[in-house]
Design a protein around this ligand. Sequence first.
Ligand code: ATP
Length: 270
Amino acid sequence: SKAALFDAENKVKITFKDVAGLEEAKEEVQEIVEFLSNPSKFTVLGGKIPKGALLVGPPGTGKTLLAKAVAGEADVPFFSLSGSDFVEMFVGVGAARVRDLFKQAKAKAPCIIFIDEIDAIGRHRSRGATPGGNDERENTLNSLLVEMDGFATDSGVIILAATNRPDTLDSALLRPGRFDRQVSIDKPDINGRTEIFDVHLKPLTLGPDVDARKLAAQTPGFAGAEIANVCNEAALIAARRNKKAVDQQDFNDAIDRVIGGLEKKNKIIS
Ligand code: ATP
């Protein structure tokens, strides 16, 4: 179905206030919000608006959230697809799907195209012949490059792509006129975690012993996605215990559970 090949959201409700911490990254992408909101202001002196920026950082740190917030702040549609879905799901048709995506996006410009896990399609192309090897992925990558080169910089389409492996990307993607800007999104420090807890504690009914800063101190190494997970788990644990509010004990148990989940995941990987 159409829904499976990429998502399109005409009205994005997420804005920068939903993205906790990441102050530098927000400042960098603020420029993109301005390009989208008022393109002619920037091209009047002959300058070219960048076509894309790469959001670089570990999983769960808010790259998708930030890309969505750019669309929300500029009040433009958000088209998204994931590189890994793409390669797995659309054998033989990846290149056509990319063309289709760009066609639809151009019709809705100004807008954002977001490509999650771009490394799945954007790895270095193999040199020399590996018959049958990665032709599919290479075709998809080539069509992405062709599309990026083919639209004018004042077309109002800006492509944001996320990766945690920028070193594996084909250098063709990083050339001027393509993803020539990089925004780094790091794991949060204790202040960042406190701010992320503040965002995700807000919708919960909390006991008096719950404190964002204390929770942040208990969760070194956690990314935003894990913090969101802890808050949700804690609320479910408290509900199961028939409590009227989520308290520190529920958070302790939720943190243990999320750490357990992470350890399991690491074991499977290594
Ligand atoms: P991946 O690379 O695994 O796709 P990502 O970097 O795109 O991850 P998101 O999908 O944006 O991460 O984050 C997942 C969820 O974690 C978000 O929907 C949000 O609930 C929470 N989250 C992550 N980072 C933040 C943040 N900085 N502020 C608030 N919430 C966050």
